[in-house]
Structures are given as structure tokens and as C-alpha cells.
Design a protein around this ligand. Structure first.
Ligand code: MN
Length: 738
């Protein structure tokens, strides 16, 4: 036995060195004199510091920092400083080494980056507001040194790639966070390759069944796809070669995540998604000819295949805010199939895959300033005081995903805004003072209101008045996180002033009733009216939402304020929430649905309608007891990643006794007798009771909804399988909500 272990260690040592040499090879492109020594030094220190540690999988810990450094160099294109920091990214947190050691051994820059990495490592480990606050800190480092975020993304990517060895609940939590924050962040930084991989891996753990199913389908369809692509590119290749254009063509399937999204949002089956893959033509073109060369290729492609006019996207003339440049066209290929063709240069392709880091390599490109602009804006939003970090996070996330429009200032300067931005968003984008004083705008020389939705190409002139102040309903007019946060701050300031008046009013009343105007009495009163804080109490008093006459019913006893009906009970929500979590978890650390029913107040959440057999979890709500959600509920990711401490593991007891309501959506061609056939199948199915059925027909197609009572998922799947066999039925899917 002893001997075996020794041999193992030797093999491991060899493997570590092999991986280290692989890292050096990946660094070669950016390495300068002396860099190799630095990397070696960092590697030796990390190796020594982690020498007795192993990962959950049993592998030596050092595999992890090497892999993270490798991703930084190879997939993001970062340089030596980042590679050094990636190798050392876990030492300050997990080993004896301190930041001071790093500063002495390497320098100020390295110490700062590792400090940033150590601080954000706990982003999700605390309660929800703390998480959001930490996330804000993480984004703040973006403009200090964006490398912190890039290394963090590489770290997350490796953790996702090795997630198999974690426990199931940990997997869910990490995968949810990844989908909730890290993938959108990678997207915004233009790291498309990493974004797609994070999304696919996230899906693999949050919706394992869908993931496997699509993966299987893609594999089966591969030979045919390859045949189709080679047939498609034959004539194009010939002309490109004839014209002496250097090029490469790849045909790659869309990501599993994006296919799954399409199935969900469009309600189609895998077989009915036509754009399963895109063909990418990458040309080698000098900077001055890039644009004309790409359009030349477009013209060659459309000589053979007819383009769809609505689906031409030109991100070369106006790149996306994350720097993405490319020309996309959808053309009618052989066999009557639509094919997406992406045309771009080598430089554009590298930019699309490696994002921010590639910007450094092509410093002259105009897109760099756009990204800088974005980072500057984030910093501004982050630095403005905002009480509710969660709310901020949601606004911010919306902006990460939003599609963009391009509009112009009166001087012809171009501005990028999220889709659905209004004249008011535009005003705040120019300057917060302009936003606050905005009374309307002229769009293409026509007068429009604040709430006017802008379109790409609009020219906007903001009209202001010194008498104007931000209003509550403005929050409904804007979509950008920046405008929302500025308006909220201005309103809060206004509220604060009103509350000051309320405070004086209340103090006079207290004096009159001979009640001490003490913090604890004020708090008790706020609690009595179920208000979150004294500020809100003062505000309502000032606004006469709380009638001071009611205060006659209060008096003071033993220095404490009491109501004539008895003493004021303090209601502490957070306490009872914690207790609820403990009760729900019970002895087995798990909520068994259907068992301790009497004791625990739980509901099946209407947003996803779970039924026995579904993978589920319990979520402790503030006012409505525990809600049971499906793991693949549309709201699950948000709940699991932000409120992990309120999540309770749950499983079903034997289900025979109870029936659950489930919804099925059916689409197809409207044929005579079809509804009859469908209802016949349902009523013939043992133990299925139909609650409601409704059908909409439109131009020969129909869409139907059937609500049935079933025992479990197995039961439901059986029924759905049978429904699929009905003539004319096109798709049968389970609905998330009623
Ligand atoms: Mn790590």
C-alpha cells in the first residue's frame, strides 16, 4: 500500500510539471524577457503553499491555479502579470501567505489584483443584501483593474468545468450564480467563447435533462449537418479562391443553452429549430480594407443564396457596445433551409472570442473607447449611494443583457443605449443635471414627451427647465440603470427633506402626550404601523398618511410607549424567517412534501406548478410560508443564487394519494375531429381528470391549453407522449404557469 502511494505521488509530480509546461506554451505569445522567471517564481510559490491541499475531486490543488492561469493566457489572451496573479489567486485566502508577502515578492500591482480577487471570492457566501453589496464591490474593481474580473471569470470557468465532484446542492448554487451573474458579465466584456461555455455548463446542472436531450440531438444530427455545410460552401469557396481572398470557413452548432432558450420561449421542439448552426467566414484583410472586403464576401455569398432582408445585421459600421464587430446575414441555403452566415476579419474574430483583452492588442481600433465609456458609466452608478443593493443589481442585470440602439446628439455624436430607452434615458446619459431638469425633447426636430421611446438613428435634442425636478413616475419612463439610480437618489433626497418636517411634527405630538421622543419609542411606533424604519414613519406623518389623531390612543408606561389595547409587540421578521427555515428543514435537513403538512405552511408555487417527481426545492417567503418551486422554474436561478440561505431541500413522499394540477400546451394544424381525439385520449388515460380545456385557432393552426390532474411527472409524461401521436398535433409541451 505504502509503495503504491509513493508511485502515485511521482506520477502526480510529473503531471503537475506537464501542466505547467502547457501553461508556458500558452504564455509564449505575450512573454517578454524575464517573464518566464516571474511565472516560474509564482508557480513555485503556489506549489509550495498548496502542497498539502487537494481539491474535492482528490486531485492536487495546484491543478486549479494552473488551469486558471492557462485560461487567462490562452482563452482571454492576458499577459504575464495576470498569469502570475492567477497562479497565486487562492494563496492569500487559503494558505499562510499574506498580501504583504505578495507585495514584497512581486510588487504593488500584483498585491492589488490579488487583494481584489480575495475580496470578491466571498461574493455569494453571505446573506442576500451582503451578496449584492459584494457584487457591487466586485464591479467597482472593474475600473481599478479589469484584470481582477477577468481572472475571476477564468476561476469560475474552471470551477464550472470541474463541478462534477461537488455535492448536488452546491452544484445548483454555483451553477445558478454562474447563469445569474458571471455569464452576463462575460457577455458584457465581449468574452463570447467563455460566456457560451459558462451558460452551457450552467444549464447542465440546473436543467440536466434538457441539457442531455439537446446534446444527444446535436450529436445525432452532426453527420447530416456536416454534409449540408460542405455542400453549402462549395460555390463560395471557389469564388473566394479565384479572387485571391485568404479565408477560413467554419460551421458550428449554436450553443446548447441558446437552443434550449429557443425551445422554451418559442415553444418549439428541437426538430423545428431551423437555425441550429451558423457558418462563419473569417477573412484575412488589412485594417484599411476590412469593411469593403467583408461586404465583398457578403456580395459573393448572396450571389448564390438569396438573403432575408429583415435579417441583415451590420455590426461593422456600428459595433455593439461590448466591442463586437461582424456582418450577419441569413440566406436561403440548399434544401430550402435558412442559414446564418457571419462574415468578419481575423481581428474581429479574435475580438469576439477574447473580448476586452484583445482590445489591447489592437489599440488603434475605435471600439476600445466604447468599452472604456461603459466602464466609466458603471463606476458612476456604483459610486452613487443606493440603499437597496438588490434592486440595483436587477436594474444592472437588465442592462447587461439588453439589445442596443444608436442615437445621435444635435452635433452628430453617436450614443449607444439599451433598446426601449426613452428621451429621459438619453438626457440622463448626457448628464445627471440635464436629466433632472428635462421637460421633454425634440426628436428629429419634432417635439416629444419625456417618455418617448427612441429608435436607432434618431437625433435627439433635450429640452430643460430650471423649475423641473425629478418625479416618482419618471421611474416608469426609464430603462437604463444609470437614469433609475439618479432618479431614485433625487427622490430620496426629496423624501428626506419631507421626513424632516414629519419628525418635527411628531416630536411636538409626543411632547404633548408626555411620551419620550426616544429612538426606541419611535421604533416601536414604526413597528406598530408595520413600517420599515423611522424615516418612513416621519415621511408618512408629514404627508398625513398617518393621522396624528390616532396617537391619542398611545401613552407611556415605565418609559415605554404603549397602545391602550396593550403593549406594543415588536415584530421581527428576520428572526421568524430563520426559525421557519430551521423548522422546515426538520431533523432530516430536508422538507418532505406531504408528510409534515400540518406543522408547516407550504404552497406549490403557481409560477412553475411542481408535481411529484419534479426536482424541487422549498423557498421560505416572508409572508406566504414556504413555496415549492421546480428546479427549472424560471425564477429558480434568481432565488438560488441570491437567497441560498432561505432555500430548503425538498422531496416528495409517496404520491398516490394526491393529484396535482398541471398544464399542457398543444399546437398543431386545425383538423376536423382533432379536439375530440385529444379529449378522448385524456379521458381514457387512467386516473387523469381534466379540469379545463381551451383552444384558439388561427389561419388553420391551433394552440390549445389543457389543465389536468395527475399524480406525478411519470404520469404526465405518459399522457404527453400519447397526445403527440394524435394526427395534426405539432408540439406538446408542459406549461410553467397556469
Ligand atoms: Mn479559485
Amino acid at each position: 500500500m505504502q509503495e503504491l502511494a509513493v508511485i502515485d505521488l511521482e506520477a502526480e509530480k510529473k503531471e503537475i510539471l506537464k501542466r505547467y509546461r502547457g501553461l508556458l506554451r500558452a504564455c509564449r505569445r505575450t512573454m517578454e524577457k524575464g517573464d518566464k522567471l516571474l511565472i516560474r517564481k509564482a508557480f513555485d510559490i503556489a506549489l509550495e503553499a498548496h502542497k498539502n491541499m487537494r481539491r474535492k475531486s482528490g486531485e492536487p490543488y495546484i491543478y486549479h491555479p494552473i488551469a486558471v492561469a492557462h485560461t487567462c493566457a490562452e482563452e482571454i489572451g492576458l499577459g504575464t502579470t495576470s498569469v502570475v496573479c492567477a497562479l497565486l489567486h487562492d494563496v492569500v485566502e487559503d494558505t499562510e501567505l499574506t498580501l504583504e508577502d505578495i507585495r514584497v515578492l512581486f510588487g504593488e500591482k500584483e498585491a492589488k489584483i490579488i487583494d481584489g480577487l480575495t475580496k470578491i471570492s466571498g461574493v455569494f457566501d453571505q446573506g442576500s443584501s451582503q451578496q449584492a453589496e459584494n457584487f457591487r464591490k466586485m464591479l467597482l474593481t472593474l475600473s481599478d483593474d479589469v484584470r481582477v474580473i477577468l481572472i475571476k471569470l477564468a476561476d469560475r470557468l474552471h470551477n464550472m468545468r470541474t463541478l462534477d465532484s461537488m455535492k448536488h446542492d452546491k452544484q445548483l448554487k454555483i451553477a445558478s450564480e454562474t447563469l445569474y451573474l458571471y455569464a452576463p458579465l462575460a457577455h458584457r466584456l465581449g468574452l463570447n467563447a467563455i460566456k457560451s461555455e459558462l451558460e452551457d455548463l450552467g444549464l447542465k446542472y440546473t436543467e440536466p435533462e434538457s441539457y442531455r436531450e439537446i446534446q444527444q440531438h446535436l450529436k445525432e444530427a452532426e453527420p447530416e449537418r456536416k454534409k449540408f455545410i460542405s455542400k453549402f460552401i462549395v460555390p463560395i469557396k471557389e469564388i473566394l479562391e479565384e479572387q485571391g481572398i485568404k479565408f477560413s470557413i467554419i460551421g458550428r452548432p449554436k450553443s446548447i443553452y441558446s437552443i434550449n432558450n429557443k425551445i422554451k420561449t418559442k415553444g418549439v421542439t428541437f426538430e423545428n429549430i431551423f437555425d441550429l448552426f451558423a457558418i462563419r467566414i473569417i477573412i484575412d484583410s488589412p485594417p484599411e480594407n476590412e469593411k469593403s472586403d467583408c461586404w465583398r464576401v457578403y456580395s459573393i455569398v448572396t450571389d448564390f443564396y438569396h438573403p432575408s432582408p429583415e435579417r441583415l445585421r451590420d455590426w461593422i459600421s456600428t459595433p455593439k457596445a461590448n466591442g463586437y464587430e461582424s456582418l450577419h446575414a441569413t440566406v436561403m441555403g440548399p434544401e430550402g433551409k435558412w442559414v446564418e452566415v457571419q462574415i468578419r476579419t481575423v481581428r474581429m474574430d479574435e475580438l469576439a472570442e477574447k473580448g476586452y483583452a484583445a482590445h489591447w492588442k489592437y489599440k488603434d481600433s475605435g471600439t476600445e473607447s466604447q468599452l472604456d465609456d461603459w466602464i466609466r458609466k458603471i463606476r458612476e452608478i456604483l459610486e452613487s449611494p443606493e440603499e437597496n443593493a438588490m434592486e440595483f443589481l436587477d436594474d444592472f442585470k437588465l442592462n447587461l443583457f439588453a439589445e442596443e440602439i444608436f442615437v445621435f446628439t444635435p452635433k452628430g455624436e453617436i450614443k449607444t443605449l439599451p433598446i426601449n430607452s426613452t428621451a429621459l434615458d438619453f438626457a440622463f446619459d448626457i448628464h445627471s443635471k440635464i436629466g433632472e431638469k428635462c421637460i421633454g425633447a425634440k426628436v428629429n426636430h419634432k417635439l416629444v414627451p419625456l417618455s418617448y421611446k427612441l429608435k436607432s438613428g434618431d437625433q435627439v435634442e433635450v429640452l430643460t427647465s430650471n423649475k423641473q425636478t425629478p418625479k416618482e413616475d419618471w421611474l416608469g419612463y426609464v430603462v437604463t440603470a444609470r437614469a433609475k439610480s439618479k432618479i431614485k437618489n433625487a427622490l430620496k433626497e426629496e423624501r428626506r427633506k419631507v421626513a424632516e418636517d414629519g419628525r418635527e411634527l411628531l416630536e411636538r405630538k409626543f411632547n404633548h402626550l408626555k411620551i419620550d421622543f426616544s429612538a426606541s419609542n419611535i421604533n416601536d411606533l414604526a413597528n406598530y404601523f408595520k413600517l420599515p424604519n423611522s424615516q418612513e414613519l416621519f415621511y408618512r406623518v408629514a404627508m398625513h398618511n398617518i393621522d396624528l389623531k390616532h396617537l391619542k390612543d398611545f401613552r407611556q408606561e415605565h418609559g415605554k410607549i404603549v397602545h391602550k389595547s396593550g403593549s406594543l409587540k415588536k415584530e421581527d421578521n428576520s428572526q421568524s424567517l430563520e426559525q421557519m427555515v430551521v423548522t422546515a428543514r426538520g431533523k432530516a435537513d430536508m422538507l418532505v412534501i406531504g408528510e409534515n403538512l400540518e406543522k408547516i405552511d407550504y404552497k406549490l408555487s403557481p409560477c412553475c406548478n411542481p408535481i411529484p417527481g419534479d426536482d424541487v426545492f422549498g423557498f421560505v417567503t416572508i409572508n406566504e410560508g414556504i413555496k415549492i418551486h421546480r428546479i427549472n422554474c424560471p425564477n429558480a436561478i434568481q432565488l438560488l443564487s441570491n437567497y441560498a440561505y432561505r432555500v430548503v431541500k425538498a422531496k416528495w413522499t409517496s404520491p398516490e394519494l394526491i393529484s396535482f394540477l398541471a398544464g399542457i400546451k398543444i399546437t398543431g394544424i386545425d383538423e376536423v375531429g382533432l379536439v375530440n381525439n385529444i379529449t378522448k385520449i385524456i379521458s381514457n388515460e387512467l386516473n387523469v381528470n381534466m379540469r379545463s380545456i381551451s383552444f384558439d385557432t388561427n389561419d388553420g393552426t391551433f394552440e390549445g391549453t389543457v389543465m389536468v390532474f395527475v399524480h406525478d411527472t411519470h404520469h404526465l409524461t405518459e399522457l404527453m407522449k400519447k397526445l403527440k401521436t394524435v394526427n395534426g398535433v405539432f408540439s406538446v409541451t408542459r406549461m410553467d404557469s397556469q
